[in-house]
Design a protein around this ligand. Sequence first.
Ligand SMILES: Cc1ncc(COP(=O)(O)O)c(C=O)c1O
Length: 389
Amino acid sequence: MGALSKNISAVEPSQTLAIDSTAKALRAEGKDVIGFGAGEPDFDTPENVKEAACRAIAQGYTRYTPPAGDIKLREAVAAKCLRDNGLSYSPEQIVISCGAKHALYNAVMVLCNPGDEVVIISPYWVTYPAQVIMAGATPVYVGTGPENGYRLDAARLRKAVTPRTKAIILNSPSNPTGWVASDAELTEIAEIVLERQLYVVADEIYEKIIYPPAAHRSIASLGEDIKERTVVINGVSKSHAMTGWRIGWLAAPPDVAKLSSRLQSHCTSNPTSIAQAAAIEALNGDQGFTAMMTGRFLDRRDYLLRRLNAMPGVSCYVPQGTFYAFPEIAGTGIGSDAFASELLEKALVAVVPGRAFGRDSAIRLSFATSMDNIRNGMDRIERFLKERA
Ligand SMILES: Cc1ncc(COP(=O)(O)O)c(C=O)c1O
């Protein structure tokens, strides 16, 4: 009997989802757990979007769509790329998938051959190394740290690139750190990508969750040459509180889009037709919801940061985007796994250990939860730290 797939066996289950399910299990036992693990907005999908889905059902829009997605949705994505990012794509360059995670998977599978290397900026979202390994390629990490605002050092990036490097994964705004790449950093990355003829996979899923003066810029918008080496990943999950609908996309050079569509046609056929109808409304309809939600996240961020930075042994970089804070906890003398499990056990507060993101001296807290929860959670963490001291 042969062994099961080496590539899949080499991947660990998603730790962010694991913490969330432990917290949910404790809650089901009646324990009053405050969860900072959520990777999704705590807002409901806007009404106009839900209504569009109901209309799609009523009108019988319930059959297969083309593998790359409904042409109206691909047109809406192309219009969004032009409007928000100054990027001109034809609908053929856009492939709609079951969430940004699936779009990313398609991109990695299409770009990589076994033995290739993919550079990942650390701290990183847990799924990047997993997908690279599943594609038979090898992740190579370039470290950044809070001491200089997670600034990406171009010299270190250049050193990480070898003749086997195929792509760099760039996530700005970044989960878990909240770093937003500056124009200077984007330019440096683009220079290396063009010089070494690599690809850049630009995961821009948190584009809309950004706090001025920080501003989002797609690396693909730096010029036509870098656009031809960029696969942009985005979706409506975070921007429109639509995580359960599973709609994301990639925008890419025609050959990459074509192969992604081919891959998808044999894996999932297409994302749900009804969710695609909802996503058309999310992109073409009123955008007030996203601005409202981001304003609420900003209030919570400011409060959370004030509290965290006043705690002994804790210091936190001010996230410029996303709804995550990634405080350093090295000053408390505990590693992130032990910190997270002790905190859950003793204080009933769920956070994600930084080790999952490649940084054991930090923990990740999501502020996509109510101000009341944040206040109570901060009180509990403060008490926990005092009692431990
Ligand atoms: C950086 C990053 N990219 C992609 C995704 C996946 O988004 P989706 O729910 O659309 O698959 C997430 C979700 O947590 C994320 O944090």
